[in-house]
Structure formats: structure tokens, C-alpha cells
Design a protein around this ligand. Structure first.
Ligand SMILES: [Zn+2]
Length: 347
């Protein structure tokens, strides 16, 4: 581990900032970045927890954390928040790949009409998924998908499913169906389990594709040399969709927030449209498990997911006319520039 200081200009040379390179990653002081973006910084806990706010946005940075709190939702970072001599630093990479798309959605979302949604009930057939006593994950992912399908159809969407029965479907065949049918969104549904902390660990989490050059949230630093996947073309849109859904799940259900996370899951990486995977809660938690097994709670879960999809749909409709090529998607690193600021989605 080594730190050395360099200097650079942020924001048109108006602000002189100290930056650091840490294990090959450029870090910038949160306070300087925040000032350049019209946010006010204050300590929540001196030396440990910094908050950056404006009228519509509240970002919370915890030193050493791999997450940033964005308006009450935990969003995974690719590199931890650092503290260098009392200055809280964030990786430039995460500003670009995790924070800016959520702060300025209209710069990152292509204006599109969302008509067809592909639902992917996890597991099926000989793959039961998680098993807790006599409860199989594959049963509840299908039940949730059926409920969600009905609600989405009532909201005016076309819905296709990767399976509608207890059948085994290979992982690559799931996004392949969405690609073949030109689905506008791909939503994979799962329920979680943990071998330890069964009574404590609960709540939903929502995954989207890992940015190029980074390791996945649960990968302990592995896989950062992974090449681009098809899903990286919709990296920012998938992040926005995951954020809107996680925000709705946590807000609507009052559940623990286990965050927006990044993974190169087989069902995500080949998708040629915004694609996410929802872990709808923990079957191993006695309290949450019981809820997952009840139709009433799955109805609420589906309602929260619909609400998140509708919030994302509003972002795509609000986006300015595209000036890029008419093909679907854009290279993951093509980041449109605009000087206008927009409030955080959902505000
Ligand atoms: Zn699963």
C-alpha cells in the first residue's frame, strides 16, 4: 500500500485539489469534489463519517467502507472510501461508475420506451436454489414472478418469462431469451440464504453488472481484469434501475437495506438491455422467511418492484433527445457531457 500526492485541477481549473494515487487508483478529496458539484460537506463523525448535501441529495461517506449512502440507499463502491491525514477521499473510478450516474441520471439514460419486460424466476427443475427446511427457493421465485407479471401487465407492460413452470433453464438461455425477444428490461428474481447470522441477516439487495476494471462486490478484489461483457454497454442504466428498485424495496417494505451491489452473474453479463438481479430477502431469517412464503408479502414485494420500474421509466422518458447513434445502448465509457444539474431520482 502506498500513497503519494499529486495535484490536479477539478472542474475547469476553478478548484485546486490534492489527489492521491492509492494502489493504482486515483483518489480525490470528497470535500473538493462536493464543492465542485454544489454540495455542502460536514462531519457526521469527525475523521470517520462525512456527509455531502444539497437541497435534493444526501451522500454519506464512511471511511474504509465499500459503500456510499445515496439518499438513504447503500450503493456499493469498487474501491473503499479512504482517510488520508484526516481528509476523506473517494476513488475517481467510483465517482464515474457509481455516484455520478445516480446524481445526474439524464446524462446517462437514453430516452427509450419501456414496453417489454423479461422476468427471470431464479432456478427451477433440478436446480432448487436455496433450501430452508421444506422450502425451496425455486418455488418462491416463480410465485413472485407470476405476481409481478400480473401487476406489470396491469400497469401496461408486456411481460415475458424465462420459465413459467418448474423447469430447468440453463443460465445463458435466460438473457438469451430476453435478447431474442428484444426485451427492454431484464429482471432476475431470487431469494437469499446465509449459513451464519440467520437471526440478524435480512433484507433485500439488488445487483447490476460490475463496471469494467473493477472486482464484484462480493469477490474480495478478484476479477478486476475481467474483459467487457455485453451488459457493460448498459452499465449506467442498469445501475439506475437497480437503485430505483432497491430504494423502493427498502422504502416500501421497511426492510433492512443490503444495498445496490455489483456482480458479473451469468444471467446479467450477456443481457443487451438494462439488467438486474433482485435478492428479495433471506429465507434463512425466521421472520423474513415466513413473509417470503406468504402470498400477501410477495404481493407487496411485487408492488415495490413495479414502483421502482415506474420510477426508472420516468427517468428514461425525461432524458433529453439522444444525439448519438440510433443503435440501442452506448459504449460503457461514453459519458455524455452537460453542465445542467438534475435532482436525484425519486425526489
Ligand atoms: Zn437464487
Amino acid at each position: 500500500m502506498r500513497f503519494f500526492f499529486v495535484s490536479l485541477f477539478l472542474a475547469f481549473g476553478l478548484i485546486w485539489a490534492q489527489a492521491a494515487v492509492f494502489d493504482g487508483q486515483a483518489y480525490v478529496p470528497v470535500a473538493d469534489w462536493a464543492r465542485a458539484n454544489g454540495l455542502h460537506c460536514a462531519w457526521l463523525k469527525r475523521g470517520d463519517e462525512l456527509v455531502a448535501t444539497n437541497r435534493t441529495t444526501r451522500l454519506v461517506f464512511d471511511v474504509d467502507s465499500h459503500y456510499v449512502g445515496i439518499n438513504g440507499v447503500q450503493v456499493a463502491l469498487s474501491f473503499p472510501v479512504a482517510n488520508q491525514h484526516g481528509v476523506v477521499m473517494v476513488a475517481q473510478f467510483d465517482l464515474e461508475a457509481a455516484i455520478r450516474p445516480l446524481l445526474y441520471p439524464s446524462r446517462y439514460v437514453k430516452p427509450t420506451t419501456i414496453q417489454t419486460i423479461c422476468l427471470d424466476p431464479g432456478h427451477g427443475g433440478r436446480d432448487a436454489g436455496n433450501q430452508v427446511s421444506w422450502h425451496f427457493e425455486k418455488v418462491y421465485t416463480l410465485a413472485l414472478a407470476a405476481e409481478l407479471r400480473d401487476q406489470l401487465r396491469r400497469a401496461g407492460f408486456d411481460v415475458i418469462m424465462t420459465r413459467s413452470k418448474d423447469t430447468y433453464v440453463e443460465l445463458p438461455d435466460r438473457p438469451a431469451l430476453a435478447n431474442r425477444r428484444n426485451a427492454d428490461l431484464f429482471v432476475s428474481l431470487h431469494f437469499n440464504a446465509t449459513p451464519v447470522g440467520k437471526n440478524e441477516v435480512e433484507g433485500p439487495q439488488t445487483y447490476c453488472i460490475t463496471p469494467m476494471g473493477a472486482s464484484s462486490t462480493d469477490a474480495q478484489g478478484e476479477g478486476s481484469n475481467h474483459g467487457p461483457t455485453a451488459a457493460n454497454r448498459h452499465e449506467d442504466e442498469s445501475l439506475l434501475l437497480a437503485y430505483q428498485i432497491q430504494k423502493s424495496l427498502v422504502g416500501t417494505l421497511g426492510a433492512d437495506d443490503r444495498g445496490v451491489r455489483r456482480a458479473r452473474f451469468a444471467v446479467l453479463r450477456d443481457a443487451r438491455m438494462p439488467a438486474i438481479l433482485i435478492e428479495g430477502g433471506y429465507m434463512t431469517n425466521p421472520y423474513e422467511g415466513k413473509k417470503i412464503y406468504s402470498a400477501g408479502y410477495r404481493r407487496e414485494l411485487a408492488q415495490a418492484i413495479v414502483k421502482g420500474i415506474l420510477a426508472y421509466q420516468r427517468l428514461t422518458a425525461a432524458a433529453p433527445p439522444s444525439v448519438s447513434s440510433p443503435s440501442k445502448g452506448h459504449p460503457a465509457k461514453a459519458r455524455p457531457k452537460s453542465s445542467a444539474q438534475y435532482p436525484l431520482p425519486g425526489e
